[in-house]
Ligand binder design. Structure first.
Ligand code: PMP
Length: 439
């Protein structure tokens, strides 16, 4: 294990200002189960499943073995006019976890790729369906859909959009987000207020005419922008309005898929079935980069039957269905099932909810929200320094041996789904102490 700071002069770090690491880099050396080990030899409890992705815990032997065996058997097969049996088997395994009638799977390598793929599928579908003028896309304020141009265009994070404002894809509208501290602070599970915000879709439809609109994309529960839980009835209304107008509904389940809410998908959890689901992260337990898009059987049939040679959608990646990703996905899904990992998330979520809401009353805690195995603790921003308080709390937790994530002034928790009650208590105890110290 290295304890030295590496040469910082070449790696352009993702999402991160390198300079913020010069004094004290936070570097991880190894991981097992619920824990990381840092390069300075400390054990760190993983309160965020890496980045909402290591749902079965770290370095699981079954997954490691499956990847190693696959690497030695078939390392790669061309994705162009070729395939390999494991990709078909893996699609079958993924399809088994999708809602009824959504049994067609396209493989990608990340959430961002899944989103771009889903948006292209939506446009291809309408073209194939004789409505090529349906190209308008609708996202939501405070939506996060990755970092591709498609994703930042339908995404609703202003700084990401402003930085590329002249280059975003055209004809995109945004629904309002549903976060409202006055109405919904400290609600447990789904807030009661806000379903009517879905009706804004009708306003957009009136403005542009339904015949121009291809799809609406939302995260059923927004994670990266601060754990925003959908109000009761909100997703149902979105489904109703999109169906009425022939608009496709895309659920971005990159975070919510594979047990995060204690169900196979958020679609399952909420009982609302979209037309397209994007996935990544937990699909492979993050052991190999992987993602997927599930579509309804009828959508698939429309697209592939539209042209004689079946390439109405000419789309794919060199690594679509990569053998190592397929091996990792297969082993991951088998582990989720054999260990009842989604059930564990369900079983632990009442304790998780109680521990989260026990922070209510600590200084500067202005909201706690939770669903399944996800919680957000929102802190009052410091004057003229938004995000600074959460950054300080995050650092204090890390120093105390707990890895969380912060976004704006919200601390997000989404531990591996194998978490036990003692670990849940440690996560929130350490967070509570850090919040008190930061006051
Ligand atoms: N969509 C959602 C809902 C996400 O949460 C994320 C990642 N946090 C992405 C897309 C992008 O995924 P990736 O970083 O794998 O490209």
């Amino acid at each position: 294990m290295t304890t030295q700071t590496p040469d910082l002069s070449h790696l352009w770090m993702p999402f991160t200002a390198n300079r913020s690491f010069k004094a004290a880099p936070r570097l991880l050396a190894s991981a097992k189960g619920m824990y990381y080990k840092s390069t300075d030899g400390r054990q760190i409890l993983d309160g965020c499943a890496g980045l909402w992705c290591v749902n079965a815990g770290h370095c699981r032997d079954e997954i490691v073995q499956a990847i190693a065996t696959q690497a030695a058997t078939l390392d790669y097969a061309p994705s162009f006019q070729m395939g390999h049996p494991l990709a078909f088997e893996t699609a079958t395994a993924v399809a088994a976890l999708m809602p009824k009638g959504m049994q067609r799977i396209f493989f990608t390598n990340s959430g961002s790729e899944s989103v771009d793929t889903a948006l292209k599928i939506a446009l291809a579908y309408h073209r194939a369906n004789g409505q090529p003028q349906r190209t308008r896309l609708i996202g939501r304020e405070r939506g996060y859909h990755g970092v591709g141009f498609g994703g930042i265009s339908v995404g609703g994070i202003s700084p990401n959009r402003k930085a590329f404002s002249n280059s975003l894809i055209p004809n995109v509208d945004h629904l309002p987000h549903t976060h409202n501290l006055e109405k919904n602070a400290f609600s447990k599970g789904q807030p009661a207020w806000g379903a009517h915000l879905a009706d804004e879709l009708e306003r957009i439809v009136t403005l542009h005419d339904a015949s121009t609109i291809a799809a609406v994309i939302v995260e059923p529960m927004a994670g990266s922008t601060g754990v925003l839980i959908p109000p009761k009835g909100y997703l149902e209304r979105l489904r109703e309005i999109t169906s009425k107008h022939g608009i496709l509904l895309i659920f971005d389940e990159v975070i919510t898929g594979f047990g995060r809410l204690g169900a196979n998908t958020a679609s399952d959890y909420f009982g609302v079935t979209p037309d397209v689901i994007t996935m990544a992260k937990g699909i492979s337990n993050a052991a190999v980069p992987a993602g997927a898009v599930a579509v309804t059987n009828s959508l698939y049939d429309t697209v592939v039957n539209a042209s004689e040679n079946g390439i109405e959608l000419f789309h794919g990646y060199t690594y679509s269905g990569h053998p190592l990703a397929m091996a990792a996905i297969g082993a991951t899904l088998a582990l989720y099932q054999s260990e009842g990992i989604f059930e564990n998330a369900r079983k632990r979520s009442p304790a998780f909810e109680a521990a989260a809401h026990a922070l209510n009353g600590l200084p500067n805690v202005i909201d706690v929200r939770n669903l399944g195995m996800v919680a957000g603790v929102e802190l009052a921003p410091r004057e003229n320094a938004p995000g600074a308080r959460a950054a300080e709390v995050f650092q204090r937790c890390y120093d105390a041996g707990v890895l969380l994530r912060y976004t704006g002034d919200t601390i997000a928790l989404s531990p591996p789904l194998i978490v036990n009650e003692e670990q849940i208590n440690t996560l929130f105890d350490v967070l509570g102490q850090a919040i008190s110290q930061t006051a």
